[in-house]
Write a protein that binds this ligand. Structure first.
Ligand SMILES: [Zn+2]
Ligand SMILES: [Zn+2]
Ligand SMILES: [Zn+2]
Length: 101
């Protein structure tokens, strides 16, 4: 499906026009792995590949990553889930943003 970018989100286009695939930082939340924490779901930053945990997780590291880095678009890092989220516009994007390969 080639739906046009949802209105109001200018960040999607930037993420969409990437020329390199995002390389995930690891198989789990970066901060939780360091601290020995646990997570519920994982989110992948579409700007730098940071893997962080969702807001249902104690650490909320994906949201913290957005606040510290300003990277607007995350996508689900869960198998079978296909959606993205723009923190700036608070916009749910489905199917997920896919970096060009
Ligand atoms: Zn946006
Ligand atoms: Zn975490
Ligand atoms: Zn990032």
């Amino acid at each position: 499906m080639n739906a046009p970018a949802p209105e109001g989100c200018s960040h999607l286009e930037a993420a969409d026009s990437r020329t390199a695939a995002v390389v995930p930082s690891g198989h789990g939340c970066v901060e939780c792995l360091k601290a020995g924490g646990v997570w519920v779901h994982l989110r992948l930053c579409m700007t730098c590949g940071h893997v962080g945990c969702c807001d249902n997780s104690p650490g909320k590291h994906a949201t913290k990553h957005f606040h510290s880095s300003g990277h607007p678009i995350m996508r689900s890092f869960e198998p079978g889930e296909d959606w993205s989220w723009c923190y700036v516009d608070e916009l749910f994007i489905e199917p997920a943003v896919r970096p060009a390969r």
